[in-house]
Design a protein around this ligand. Structure first.
Ligand code: BEZ
Length: 324
């Protein structure tokens, strides 16, 4: 009897050890706050991964730059110290210039077109470059809303942007665009935007409506220019090192689930676009409806400056028209 009990406890202990050894904890980092759709998608991806893997995988999500800024998280992915991240394509474009083509001004006019571009084979070919170029595996595109401009002081024309300190996300395509408008593009990371606007470090900012409303930047502003001048994609990525160490069936599961939840981000942005615009129009600030003509020659000059990416820009434009 004693021997049997001992044997049973050894078997129980062995099972315990085996499940501890086979259980895997993954970490995913983002710069967006917990309420943001990118963060919600990451959390839902983690829940589904845990369920579908019968608890083999657990995901910890670290929002709001808890693991560092995007450049630092990309480095952590490269070394394998971080497993997953949902980052702006802006950060990726700092390392892989072809991603800059996604920021062609007025490439897409609304979120329906953004969704079509980012689900296309042309966009997916961009993801395929990531393992070789920067050692991460691209698992799908999401996006924030179209870019708009918020101004602390009242303005009526683009001429009044000349020389104004205009907050940008730190990446080259947007810096080039605002330089061409005559504004003074001023890189400020998302976490510091409210303070920068409040203390006069910036006069204007480039942002999407979801964040303008959720982070209440409009409370500090007098004019909102609804320009929809650029899209703002995000990229889900896994460390190439971690990916290489995983069994094939786990990679398939992770890619399928992540693509599903990145797709949800695109669907949600498409669904909520009108509501965000209605909310913005009901704010107590003046609204300017602006198309490409508002920016004068800046739109076409941007494309001339980015002629090195002309082929991919043409291919992306075709996806808007034909949905390839
Ligand atoms: C921004 O830098 O403006 C930004 C970053 C992440 C999500 C949305 C916007």
């Amino acid at each position: 009897m004693v021997v049997l009990a001992r044997l049973l406890s050894v078997i129980l202990l062995a099972n315990c050890v085996a499940s501890v050894v086979s259980a895997k904890t993954l970490r995913l980092g983002l710069i967006t706050p917990p309420s943001h759709t990118w963060t919600q998608a990451a959390i839902n991806f983690g829940k589904e991964l845990e369920e579908e893997s019968d608890g083999v995988y657990t995901l910890y999500v670290y929002p709001s730059r808890q693991l560092g800024n995007e450049a630092q998280m990309l480095q952590l992915l490269q070394t394998g110290a971080l497993d997953l991240a949902i980052l702006t394509a802006a950060e990726v474009s700092n390392r892989v210039p072809e991603f800059g083509a996604l920021y062609t001004p007025y490439l897409a006019q609304n979120m329906e077109q953004v969704s079509r571009v980012l689900r296309s084979s042309v966009a997916n070919r961009l993801l395929e470059k990531l393992p070789e170029e920067i050692g991460v595996v691209g698992l799908g595109f999401g996006a924030a809303g179209m870019r708009q401009i918020l101004s602390k002081r009242s303005i009526d024309t683009a001429d009044q942007m000349i020389g104004k300190k205009l907050r940008i996300t730190p990446f080259t395509p947007i810096k080039d665009f605002y330089r061409l408008t005559g504004a003074a593009p001023t890189p400020v990371p998302l976490a510091s935007v409210y303070e920068a606007l409040a203390n006069g470090q910036i006069d204007m900012l480039d942002m999407d409506l979801e964040l303008i409303l959720k982070l209440k930047y409009h409370e500090l502003a007098e004019t909102l220019i609804l320009s929809n001048h650029m899209m703002f994609p995000s990229v889900a990525m896994m460390s190439g090192r971690v990916w290489g160490s995983m069994p094939e069936q786990d990679r398939v599961m992770i890619e399928r689930l992540m693509r599903k939840h990145m797709g949800w981000i695109l669907d949600t942005a498409e669904l909520e676009e009108q509501g965000w615009e209605q909310q913005a129009r009901s704010l107590d600030i003046s609204i300017i409806d602006a198309g490409p003509e508002f920016f004068g020659a800046a739109v076409t000059s941007w494309e001339s400056a980015w002629h090195g990416q002309a082929q991919i820009i043409r291919d992306l434009k075709n996806t808007v028209e034909k949905g390839l």
